[in-house]
Design a protein around this ligand. Structure first.
Ligand code: S3P
Length: 164
């Protein structure tokens, strides 16, 4: 049996990684960590501010550093930003779960306030392009895919079935 150090959730912005991650962590008695939140605390500013002041490339370097550091430890459920698996390597000792929701479902689920927090979601047609580009990478990396088009409580149960 393969023993993984951590569970890592990947998927597009707003697919539900944070919501499912918190519940998974509670059920598995693991620590929940959200990469964006760690970066925001360390930098003492929001992801939007980092994008605006220092640019996307700088943000990607922070993501890589953050996931490298987090995966030195064990016993965590780690929610990643939607771009992290595209630009960063994730430790092979991680169980990677792809939280997979359709683009329209994501847009319908995210209130305007949540959309505003995500600079790459401001331009809808660009975001749709990113979505299409990224799907292949998410599928390739994942050990499991959870259909997140269902209601959040439903797909949380599906995700739990994979790891319990
Ligand atoms: C990004 C996703 C965001 C955040 C940043 C960039 C992306 O995280 O890391 O705005 O490139 O997809 P969420 O996936 O949690 O929204």
């Amino acid at each position: 049996m393969v023993v993984y150090d951590n569970v890592v959730l990947i998927g597009f912005m707003g697919s539900g990684k944070t919501s499912v991650g918190k519940v998974l962590a509670r059920h598995l008695c693991k620590t929940f960590v959200d990469v964006d939140t760690v970066i925001e605390k360390e930098q003492n500013c929001s992801v939007s501010e980092i994008f605006a002041d220092k640019g996307e490339e700088y943000f990607r370097s922070l993501e890589q550093k953050c996931i490298n550091e987090l995966t030195q430890n064990k016993g965590q459920v780690i929610a990643t930003g939607g771009g992290l698996p595209i630009y960063s390597e994730i430790s092979k000792k991680s169980l990677i779960i792809y939280i997979d929701a359709d683009f329209d479902v994501i847009l319908g689920r995210l209130p305007a306030k949540e959309r505003a927090k995500r600079p790459l979601l401001h331009d809808e047609s660009r975001a749709k392009g990113l979505f299409k580009e990224r799907i292949g990478r998410y599928e390739e990396l994942a050990n499991f895919r959870v259909d997140a088009n269902q209601s959040i409580p439903t797909f949380i149960h599906v995700a739990l079935d994979y790891v319990l």
